[in-house]
Write a protein that binds this ligand. Structure first.
Ligand SMILES: [Zn+2]
Length: 52
């Protein structure tokens, strides 16, 4: 895709902290959704609209 996601390290840390017991099947889609929804969206409805 050749897309660069800024703040990728921060997102990865978020995953290490928040997804320890979660299975993330679509990790790439999950991270893209975070990048598009922004850090404030968390896993809220705005994030879900993109990720699901
Ligand atoms: Zn997440």
């Amino acid at each position: 895709m050749g897309m660069t996601i800024r703040g990728n390290a921060r997102i990865s840390r978020h995953h290490a902290v928040n997804h320890q017991s979660e299975q993330v099947n679509d990790a790439i889609l999950h991270e893209i959704a975070h990048a598009l929804a922004g850090p404030k969206a968390g896993h809220g409805s705005e994030w879900k609209a993109i990720a699901l």
